[in-house]
Design a protein around this ligand. Structure first.
Ligand code: ZN
Length: 245
């Protein structure tokens, strides 16, 4: 039997009243669990198998799935659902984890970060802030940390215009740029570097505008899709509809 914390990324209905849940766990990484009877009105595991919920699970490994022996809800992160912005960005983060971390590969770093991001997002007035920080930190943990402190070629740390290369994962200054990447100004360049170095609870202090954050999200989204070789994420389409990116 395995005991671990887990956060529900998504679920699909199975037969009359069961769910197949995709869970991101602290110790086992991303796994599939069969939650028998989870959709029955008086089910003990109803809340623990809702999307965004964090619980402590006791799991038994079966042939194709893990099965729940017990589940103790720690946090439902319910307030994410009470705001359309939080909800769409929340879904985006979950989909990003589901699609980018290989099944069964454990990463307590990503688990803890997801936990923090969802916790802060549940009371956030600007959920894109947690989203952008999560994107940048997650891609770094996965081995694609972009060079955001100086020019890739000459090492300069200030430039009026920077060229962010999606392919090379870093910036070129105005003198070295080849014109094949995304152009950003010095303020946006500094903002990205600061986000990477800040803890989640320090993000508010950066005082970044929604406009700047949307721009950073659009760059990071392209960067992630390219490096992780993903097709587009469904929730990004939802975001684009909402924000007209
Ligand atoms: Zn340069």
């Amino acid at each position: 039997m395995a005991k671990t914390f887990g956060i529900v990324l998504s679920w699909i209905k199975y037969k009359e009243s069961s769910k197949i849940v995709t869970l991101f766990t602290e110790d086992l990484g991303r796994i599939s669990i069969m939650a028998q009877g989870a959709l029955k009105p008086k089910s003990q595991i109803l809340a623990a198998t809702e999307v965004f919920s964090k619980s402590h699970f006791e799991l038994k490994k079966g042939k194709n799935f893990y099965y729940i022996e017990s589940a103790e809800l720690e946090s439902s992160n319910f307030t994410i659902r009470q705001d359309i912005d939080r909800l769409t960005y929340g879904f985006y983060i979950l989909e990003l984890v589901e699609r980018s971390v290989p099944e069964g590969e454990s990463s307590s770093k990503i688990f803890n970060m997801l936990d923090k991001a969802l916790f802060d997002m549940s009371s956030s007035m600007k959920p894109i802030l947690q989203t952008v920080a999560f994107e940048l930190k997650m891609i770094s943990i996965l081995g694609y940390r972009p060079q955001l402190s100086k020019c890739l070629k000459c090492g300069r740390t200030a430039s009026e215009i920077w060229d962010f290369s999606i392919i090379e994962g870093g910036v070129y200054c105005d003198s070295c740029r080849k014109g094949s990447g995304v152009l950003i100004d010095q303020a946006l360049f500094e903002a990205m570097g600061n986000i990477l170095l800040s803890r989640f609870d320090q993000l508010d202090e950066l005082n970044l505008s929604t406009e700047a954050l949307l721009r950073i999200h659009s760059i990071l989204y392209q960067f992630i899709i390219y490096n992780l070789d993903l097709k587009e994420l469904k929730s990004q389409t939802m975001l684009q509809r909402g924000q007209k990116l």
